[in-house]
Design a protein around this ligand. Structure first.
Ligand SMILES: NC(=O)c1ccc[n+]([C@@H]2O[C@H](COP(=O)([O-])OP(=O)(O)OC[C@H]3O[C@@H](n4cnc5c(N)ncnc54)[C@H](O)[C@@H]3O)[C@@H](O)[C@H]2O)c1
Length: 356
């Protein structure tokens, strides 16, 4: 049981409800306040959790001692919110992905929280996915032999791709990326949760483990036919195809073994239409962070994983601008996609506003 802890949630949209539900299930955790620039959204979620509603985070933090802050507002506000939380003595922050609009801001989040002794996690909650965990164990047991590489498919690199890259790193044993070669298209000004993304791309990541990952992004028909997002793990004796909520393990020429996505019935609830797997995994991530606050251990979703994904994302954009391989550690701290657009490298036609 977690000793008495207090929590607050910033951003009372779909993910805010998911985080609040997860927090409400942690023994000893009390949600004291919810803040959102939309007063109705804040009031409605606060009422559900018997908490106070705010439209101003500073006021919330001035009124309450908050041990754990969940950040569920878009990436553009993460830096200012994390700085405010640190200044007010928040001890742990669980921040939605993607971390930040620039690699510089993502690094700042990690450095500022580390300096202040604040635990920071990024909600790449799929690390708690039962199917991915089972696949990871099989791969570690050598079922497909030695890993030789991975492929990833996702709608865009910046938002969905942060999960894809994080999962690829998980399956490859969390190697360090050493170089990135990419080319992207910006056929339209596409914004996902307000942030600029490419419309399509191809990314090659070289890891210090000796493995490469190739990621294709976009929303064309062929990628859609594959299930919009997915990962293929290649090994010397087989491969694992992870698409559409199931994994097929092919090894040694035998019939593929299927591992299906599953969820604890306690999390199969209606919460703004959010997938039950996300609800369960986010609850597990928050419980893990709360536990680590007491034990001092490193949480599973520690922000250094988020930063590793962010480095690859911004290196891919930088590679596309430079038209060449970018060696890491990344030494550009702005958003190269925005910079390239400002320089006229792409001529987008129209706007796309989307959540993926
Ligand atoms: N981890 C996942 O699997 C997952 C799934 C979906 C979305 N997300 C991420 O979660 C974030 C939020 O997604 P969502 O689906 O909840 O979006 P949403 O639009 O439903 O909710 C966002 C909320 O943030 C509020 N907001 C915006 N700016 C704010 C500010 N400055 N201060 C306070 N509140 C502010 C909005 O009013 C809104 O209520 C996005 O960054 C998205 O990428 C993650």
């Amino acid at each position: 049981m977690t000793a008495a802890l207090t929590a607050a949630v910033l951003g009372a949209g779909a993910q805010g409800a998911v985080h609040a539900f997860g927090l409400s299930r942690i023994p000893g955790m009390r949600i004291v306040a919810i803040s959102d620039v939309d007063p109705d959204a804040a009031a409605s979620l606060a009422a559900r959790h018997d908490a106070r509603a705010y439209t101003d985070l500073e006021a919330l933090l001035a009124d309450h001692r908050v041990d754990l802050l969940s950040i569920c507002a878009p990436a553009a506000v993460h830096r200012a919110v994390v700085d405010a939380a640190i200044a007010h003595g928040v001890r742990a922050i669980h921040c939605e992905k993607p971390m930040a609009l620039t690699y510089g801001d993502a690094r700042h989040l990690v450095a500022a929280t580390a300096d202040a002794g604040v635990a920071l996690t990024v909600n790449h909650q799929r690390r708690f996915d039962r199917m991915h965990r089972e696949v990871r164990e099989l791969v570690q047991d050598g079922v497909i032999g030695a890993l030789t590489g991975a492929q990833g498919y996702c709608a865009n690199l910046f938002d969905w791709g942060s999960h894809t890259l994080d999962l690829i790193r998980l399956h490859l044993g969390d190697p360090r990326a050493v170089s990135v070669l990419a080319q992207i298209d910006v056929a339209a000004r596409k914004r996902v949760y307000g942030a600029l993304t490419e419309t399509a791309g191809i990314v090659k990541v070289r890891f210090d483990s000796g493995t490469d990952a190739i990621i294709a992004t976009g929303r064309d028909e062929r990628l859609h036919a594959l299930g919009d997002n997915g990962i293929v793990l290649q090994g010397t004796r087989g491969r694992v195809d992870i698409f559409g909520g199931r994994a097929l393990v092919h090894a040694d020429g035998r019939e593929p073994r299927e591992i299906a996505e599953s969820v604890d019935p306690a999390f199969a609830i209606e919460l703004g239409g959010v997938d039950a797997t996300i609800i369960e995994q986010t609850a597990l991530a928050l419980a893990d962070l709360a536990r680590c606050l007491t034990t001092g251990e490193e949480p599973v979703l520690h922000a250094h994983h988020g930063l590793a994904a962010a480095e690859i994302i911004f290196a891919a954009y930088e590679s596309s601008v430079r038209r060449g391989t970018v060696r890491l550690p990344l030494d550009v701290f702005d958003n190269p996609l925005q910079r390239g657009l400002d320089q006229g490298l792409w001529t987008p036609a129209g706007e796309i506003v989307s959540t993926y």
